[in-house]
Design a protein around this ligand. Sequence first.
Ligand SMILES: [Cu+2]
Length: 285
Amino acid sequence: MYTRQNQKNLTSAQKKRFTAAVLELKRNGVYDAFVRTHDTYFVPDRDRKLRVGHMSPSFFPWHRRYLLEFEKQLRTVDPGVCVPYWDWTTDTSPVSSLWADDFLGGTGRDGDRQVMTGPFAHERGGWNVTVGVREARFLTRNLGRPQDPVSLPTPAELRWALGDPVYDVSPWDSTVGGFRNKLEGWAAPRSEHWRNHNKVHQWIGGHMTGGTAPNDPVFWLHHAFVDLIWDRWQQKHPDSGYLPAVPPPLGDFQRGRVIALDEPMPPWDVSPREMSGHQRLYRYE
Ligand SMILES: [Cu+2]
């Protein structure tokens, strides 16, 4: 049992241990295997195949397992480390301690968006992007997208998602509401495309906007908060649960494309039911 902390409360020693463990996983090749897995399972609606990681009900349990696997690897490097979370509804500044030189480093520079500060700056030698490389091997960010500003989700926007007592609704994709889609962030009026989780990816910019988003270590802190939000929703709606409870019926367009409560979520042999609680493994503080 261990405790995932709010990143803003970490001591400088804890930050150092976290980034050192991440850098070690990068060095030994484990990190890039995780980036590849995320990219492989980044399957959009338009692809007529199984969607397990995104745009589908198993978004939460799939990422919970994904974070747990990553955290397990971190803890083999340093048993005192776990994934912190970033509450992006309250810690909204592009110059907060999260983006400081002693933690994740800051935004990218003008022009090529290259991150120049912190332990993941390319020039420090420890952070080569190898998966999903377009042209450059350095990490990119564009915090807040100043040339066309986006803002982080507000507490009200998060409450809007948390207030929905229905976990997810047919057709189980990116087009309609339900807590999962409101939080994942595809359900939006035409005037504004992103909500909550997706908006955070857009606010960070650079590598965080694509299927290889875990190239940016802030991915883990973002998704730990998403994982915590799933907890909050469960506490708020104790009589609600994961849907669909059973696979869509024969003839349903989404049959074979989404995961029901007791079906395994590749690449693991674990179901959403088995991932719907974590209290014996870790807690949030
Ligand atoms: Cu994400």
